[in-house]
Ligand binder design. Structure first.
Ligand code: SF4
Length: 222
């Protein structure tokens, strides 16, 4: 069977978050997600009927090659949940080995990372906190698989979320940077900083979603 993918959109922009925030990246957004977060900003790409193009590996490689020719060095696989694509491992391998791109995977924390631990990609793994209403789906065994070049993103939609992030970090001690990322419009980033100070959360970093400040927060393809 040939490898096909459900591609919801692709575009070049800056990484809005993660370890390479601010760097140019090619975004490949895949359709379909196994979660339904309360504050999801890409809900349009999550359902079974999400608008998408069915594409083969050669088409994705062509898109990536064109981006590389424009000087882009990063490719971010996102969604939805990109790890649900059946042939994603093959794509990661080809993007890294053939084109020499740094491959970053934005994953939702509800897919086991074990099958992907030897792939050459960098993980930005979400941990869904209570305000998402999806915390019960988190695969906490993933924490032990994260490497120093990966990162965990705690998306905070409430004050309670920030306290919960602290508890989770103390329990699982991930060996990589940990970001606190406010849900745009739900919590004032200044409030998160206040809690970080009060709670001695020196091992966390606040990270704002850059693209929400540069462009219209509801804009797609940026
Ligand atoms: S995991 Fe991401 S894409 Fe899926 S519902 Fe949650 S926020 Fe949306």
């Amino acid at each position: 069977m040939s490898s096909t993918f459900k591609l919801a959109e692709h575009f070049i922009s800056i990484n809005g978050e993660g370890r390479c925030a601010g760097e140019l990246a090619l975004f490949l957004r895949f359709a379909g997600c196994n979660l339904r977060c309360d504050w999801c900003d890409t809900a349009w790409a999550c359902g079974k009927d999400a608008p998408c193009e069915i594409v083969g590996l050669p088409r994705l490689m062509q898109i990536a090659e064109d981006a590389a020719a424009q000087g882009v060095r990063n490719v971010t696989l996102t969604g939805g949940e990109p790890l649900l694509q059946a042939h994603i491992g093959e794509l990661i391998d080809r993007l890294g080995k053939t084109l020499g791109l740094r491959v970053e995977i934005e994953t939702n924390g509800a897919v086991p990372l074990e099958p992907f631990r030897k792939c050459g990609a960098v993980f930005t793994m979400d941990y869904k906190l209570p305000s998402s209403k999806m915390e019960q789906h988190m695969c906490t065994e993933n924490f032990a698989l994260l490497r120093e070049w990966d990162c965990v993103k705690f998306v905070c939609g409430s004050r309670a979320d920030v306290f919960r992030a602290k508890e989770i970090a103390e329990q699982f001690e991930p060996q990589c940077p940990m970001y606190l990322s406010p849900v745009f419009g739900r919590i004032d980033p200044a409030e998160i900083v206040e809690i970080m100070k009060e709670q001695k959360m020196g091992s966390f970093r606040l990270q704002l979603q850059l693209h929400k400040f540069i462009w219209d927060p509801t804009a797609r393809g940026v």
